[in-house]
Design a protein around this ligand. Structure first.
Ligand code: COA
Length: 204
């Protein structure tokens, strides 16, 4: 693990970045692709992630091989092949279909703060993962996920709460993810030692 930096993200080898913006202390794992997406402070992804058209909050933990925002091909047309919209790759006189690409980019996935997306999980376009939620390894998330819940399976369904609803609401209200770096450091021992409810008692 490299020492992370406030100044610029740590981008590991063989990444493919297009129209991607990064917050502070961000790390992008080897072989990952990030396109038309914003990755918030302290968030990271492990190896071979594919993140497209996504708003990723702060402190998101994205395991290897996660895919966010896998784009769709047209389903109503006579063909669904690339040639319909990547037309300039096939003919000199046929431009790409700009409207098609713009519509796909507008279908943004949204990943909240302090989330954990397990290995090889997939988050579909336009899905919102609430703050504090957990997506199990291998899940395919097709619907919004409520804050501080844990979902698993294909399609993903809730398996249990990460925190009781009242604690979840208090954590969202506390919004510790907006604290500055020094305040996080000062609270580090409490983050490590205290269950969430006790942490709230001390820091609300
Ligand atoms: C989601 C997760 C955090 C749940 O942890 P947990 O609450 O301790 O899970 P449990 O083992 O108690 O399982 C709870 C239920 O969810 C199911 N479940 C757990 N993980 C699952 C998965 N990945 N897919 C489908 N079902 C899963 C269990 O079968 C169990 O169901 P049951 O109650 O019907 O028996 C964990 O299983 C997981 O997927 N972690 C991600 C690991 C990972 O990707 N690490 C990469 C490095 S960051």
């Amino acid at each position: 693990m490299p020492r992370l930096s406030e100044e610029s993200p740590v981008i590991h080898s063989d990444c493919d970045l297009t129209d991607a913006t990064f917050g502070r202390f961000v790390e992008i794992g080897h072989g990952s692709r990030v396109a038309h997406s914003r990755i918030g402070d302290y968030s990271y992804c492990d190896r071979y992630c594919d993140i497209a058209n996504a708003e990723v909050g702060k402190f998101a933990n994205i395991a290897s091989f996660v895919r966010i925002g896998a784009t769709d091909h047209p389903l109503r047309t006579a063909s669904l092949h690339h040639f319909l919209y990547r037309s300039a790759d096939y003919w000199d006189d046929a431009p790409h279909d700009a409207d098609w690409f713009a519509a796909r980019r507008a279908r943004r996935a949204w990943i909240g703060h302090d989330t954990w997306l397990g290995h090889n999980a997939q988050i579909k376009p336009e899905v919102r993962i609430g703050h504090g939620a957990v997506v199990a390894s291998g899940a395919i998330v097709t619907r919004d996920v409520a804050p501080y819940t844990i979902v698993a399976g294909v399609p993903a369904r809730q398996v249990r709460l990460r925190q009781p609803v009242d604690v979840a609401e208090r954590l969202v209200a506390l919004a510790w993810w907006d604290w500055d770096h020094a305040r996080l450091r000062a609270a580090l021992a409490d983050f490590r030692a205290l269950p969430a409810a006790a942490f709230l008692e001390k820091h609300e």
